[in-house]
Design a protein around this ligand. Structure first.
Ligand code: HEM
Length: 159
C-alpha cells in the first residue's frame, strides 16, 4: 500500500474533524451528487423497498444504511492514516462484496468525484488544491485495495 505524506494526513484529519460528526447528511450530499453523475447506479440499490427514483432511494432505510456504511469506511481510513495497511483485508473483502452485487470498479471513481464534491460544498474556502489532492491520495489507496478484491472475486467467478 502506498503512503500518505505528513501534510496529506494533517489536511485530511483537520477537514474530517467536523464532517465526521455529521456523517449521514454529508453522505446524502455525496450520494445525491453520485446519482447526478451516474443515474444508472440507482438500479444497484434496488432493495426490497424498490428504490426506482432518486428521492425514494434517498429516503429508503437500507439506502441510508449504505450511506452510513460508506461514511464509516471513510472514517476508518481517516483513523488509520498511519497504518492504512491494517485495513487491507477488510477492503479486499469489501471489493469482493461489491463485485458480487454488480458494482463496476469504474463506479468507485465516480464515488470519489462525489466525495470531492461533498468536501467542496462543506469546506468552502478550505477546499484547496492541496486538500483535494490529499483526499484523492487517500481515497485512491482505499479504492486500489477494493479493486484488487473485486478482481479476485471476478477471477473466481469466471473459473
Ligand atoms: C457506486 C458505488 C457503490 C455502489 C453502487 C454500492 C452498492 C452496494 C450494495 C448494493 C451493497 C449491498 C447492500 C448493502 O449493504 O447496502 C453494498 C454494501 C456495502 N458497501 Fe457499497 N456501493 C458502492 C460504493 C461503496 C464504497 C465506495 C464504499 C466504501 C468506501 C462502500 C461501502 C459498503 C459497505 C461497508 C457495505 C457493506 C458490506 C457488508 O455487508 O459487509 N460502498 N454496497
Amino acid at each position: 500500500m502506498e503512503k500518505l505524506s505528513g501534510k496529506d494526513k494533517e489536511l485530511i484529519r483537520d477537514s474530517w474533524e467536523n464532517l465526521g460528526k455529521n456523517k449521514v447528511p454529508h453522505g446524502i450530499v455525496m450520494f445525491t451528487r453520485l446519482f447526478e453523475l451516474d443515474p444508472t447506479l440507482l438500479s444497484l440499490f434496488n432493495y426490497k423497498t424498490k428504490c426506482g427514483v432518486v428521492p425514494e432511494c434517498l429516503s429508503s432505510p437500507e439506502f441510508l444504511e449504505h450511506v452510513t456504511k460508506v461514511m464509516l469506511v471513510i472514517d476508518a481510513a481517516v483513523s488509520h492514516l498511519d497504518d492504512l495497511h491494517t485495513l487491507e483485508d477488510f477492503l479486499l473483502n469489501l471489493g469482493k462484496k461489491h463485485q458480487a452485487v454488480g458494482v463496476k470498479t469504474q463506479s468507485f471513481a465516480v464515488v470519489g468525484e462525489a466525495l470531492l464534491y461533498m468536501l467542496q460544498c462543506s469546506l468552502g474556502a478550505g477546499y484547496t488544491a492541496a486538500l483535494r489532492q490529499a483526499w484523492l491520495n487517500m481515497y485512491s489507496i482505499v479504492v486500489s485495495a477494493m479493486t484488487r478484491g473485486w478482481a479476485k472475486n471476478g477471477e473466481h467467478e469466471s473459473n
